[in-house]
Design a protein around this ligand. Structure first.
Ligand SMILES: *Cc1c(COP(=O)(O)O)cnc(C)c1O
Length: 385
């Protein structure tokens, strides 16, 4: 029934797996026939503490019973608390709240262009991104996405985006010299197959951006919120970005995104220059406060340990050719096609993701060890069968 209605009435933009999910409980999902599945995907890195986590539900429902929505014409408590948490825990200066990753990146792009325009006048608007990157589905964030496959169907795209190969500092410097507004990267390319950038490249690129007064934007929509074993992935690299974009895991299951703005761009966005009706909505913000407050040293240590456990286990598979990623964001290169593995895992009660030709695992940050072990045992069997 759910499937029929969906296929009849919803635009067919997704290649859905053949399962109707009706209930979630931590790292478990249940389908319409009552069967359970261990979740190694977190709704694509969204359910940071799994589905319907008790503490998170309590925080969100308390807010629901207090104040649901007001618009940004008024001051509200949850978004102020969340903004303070995000700034004090990252060293960033200001936050702009929106509802998704694409919107967070739109904000970053607007802030970078306005920063350059305010300071140097028109013309220095170019945004440099990496080949293989993924930055969202709006016309502008598709333009930012450095993959030809995304530059079809919807032309004309937003102007002023150029793409360089990972590691090509010379090409980056040419663009920066011409006055590029920003260089935007995912430190681990998620959708492209969990591909981490090299530390030397990232630090050199950050230095170059600073030298030419171009902004260094880090898209942490997938890598942020504890996913890699640190609150944000940029902390692994020892750099301080000018702008960090966040979404997916921030709300713990509710739609909220944010652009974290460093000192350089703290006063760039002025009244009327940007906005969002829902951005920082009290319910979503209350969920996000609960998520951020619980990502402490202990939890981050467990994320790293669980990531290491998965790596060790999967390395023993004959048909695993390589494992990339950090913490609980892992890409696995296998002999068998990843989509086939995902379908077979589903049949055996485990939900996994794919990214390009790789298997991708993004389990809830607090997945219990016994469920993780059970799920990985099944994944191993499927990979080697
Ligand atoms: C998912 C993702 C986005 C887009 O986020 P939406 O919330 O779907 O708009 C942008 N950048 C990265 C790195 C992502 O993984």
């Amino acid at each position: 029934m759910i499937k029929n209605l969906t296929d009849t009435y919803i635009a067919p933009t997704y290649a859905r797996f053949d399962v109707e999910l009706v209930r979630g409980e931590g790292a478990l999902f249940f389908d319409s026939s009552g069967r359970s599945y261990i979740d190694l995907g977190s709704g694509i890195a969204v359910n940071s503490f799994g589905s319907c986590d008790t503490e998170w539900v309590a925080a969100v429902t308390a807010q629901l019973n207090m104040l649901s929505h007001t618009s940004n014409l008024y001051y509200t408590e949850p978004q102020s608390t969340l903004a303070e948490l995000l700034c004090t825990r990252t060293g960033m200066a200001k936050v702009f709240f929106c509802n998704s990753g694409a919107e967070a990146n739109e904000c970053a792009i607007k802030a970078a262009r306005k920063y350059k325009n305010d300071k140097y006048g028109a013309g220095q608007h170019n945004i440099i991104t990496l080949k293989g990157s993924f930055h969202g589905r709006t016309i502008t964030t598709l333009a930012a996405t450095g993959q030809d496959a995304f530059h079809t169907h919807f032309a004309p795209f937003t102007e002023g985006f150029s793409y360089i190969d990972i590691g090509d500092l010379d090409a980056l410097e040419v663009y920066l010299k011409q006055g590029a507004a920003a260089f935007m990267v995912e430190l681990i390319q998620g959708e492209s197959g969990v591909i981490p950038l090299d530390n030397a490249f990232v630090t050199a690129a950050a230095d170059l951006c600073a030298r030419y007064d171009s902004l260094f934007i880090v898209d942490e929509v997938q890598t942020g919120i504890g996913r890699t074993g640190k609150l944000f992935c940029f902390k692994h690299y020892g750099i301080t970005p000018d702008i960090v974009t966040v979404a997916k895991g921030l709300g713990g299951g509710l739609p909220i995104g944010a652009a974290l703005l460093g000192d350089k761009v703290a006063s760039t966005l002025t009244p009327g220059s940007h906005g969002s009706t829902f951005g920082g909505n009290p319910i979503c913000a209350a969920g996000a406060v609960n998520v951020i407050e619980r990502i402490d040293h202990k939890l981050l240590g467990e994320v790293s340990e669980k990531g290491e456990y998965i790596r060790t286990q999967l390395k023993s598979c004959i048909n695993v050719k390589g494992i990339t990623g950090m913490g609980l964001m892992l890409g696995i290169n296998t002999e068998k096609p990843a989509r086939e593995i995902a379908i077979q895992c589903l049949e055996k009660g485990v939900l996994v993701l794919t990214a390009k030709d790789k298997l991708r695992l993004l389990p809830p940050l607090n997945i219990p060890n016994d469920l993780l072990a059970q799920a990985i045992e099944i994944v191993k069997t499927v990979i080697d069968s």
